[in-house]
Structures are given as C-alpha cells and as structure tokens.
Design a protein. Structure first.
Length: 84
C-alpha cells in the first residue's frame, strides 16, 4: 500500500480515502476488501520465512488498517489547514 500511494496527494475526504484503499487492495490482491476476508495468499510477497509468509491479512485491513489510515488522514488533513 505504501508504494501504491507514495506519489498520490491526500484524498479530498474520508470517503475518497476508503474508496482508494478498497480499490488498491483489490488491485494488489485480486480480492475485494470486506468483512469476511481472511488471509489472502500472494505468492509475490513470499520471502521464505514465517507462518504468515506470502499472505495479506484482509481482516486486519478491514477492521484495523482502514481505521488507522482514516486517523492519519484526519491528522494530516487538519494540519494542512492550520495557521500560524
């Protein structure tokens, strides 16, 4: 996700952010992000070690990742509008 959004500007609102995350998740994994997603195997992400090697935790992205990004978006977007 970091590389996917590295050169993008902040989305205009929280709904655009969530839409962008859902679109990127599907582009990167081939699976739609939703409440019932489990671990998604991605062979390109295999490094050769660990129990979670080569998988993306869709449940984490649905429950935690989106909320974390929304939090960070709120901080970043509010700091853009501050005055000295």
């Amino acid at each position: 996700m970091r590389l996917r959004f590295a050169d993008d500007a902040l989305p205009a609102d929280q709904w655009a952010l969530i839409d962008a995350v859902h679109t990127a998740f599907e582009e990167l994994t081939g699976v739609r992000l939703g409440a019932n997603i489990g671990h998604v195997p991605i062979p390109a992400y295999r490094t050769g070690s660990g129990i979670s090697d080569g998988v993306v935790d869709g449940g984490w992205w649905h429950k935690v990742g989106q909320a974390l990004l929304l939090d960070r978006w709120n901080v970043a977007s509010s700091s853009e509008h501050r005055t000295i």
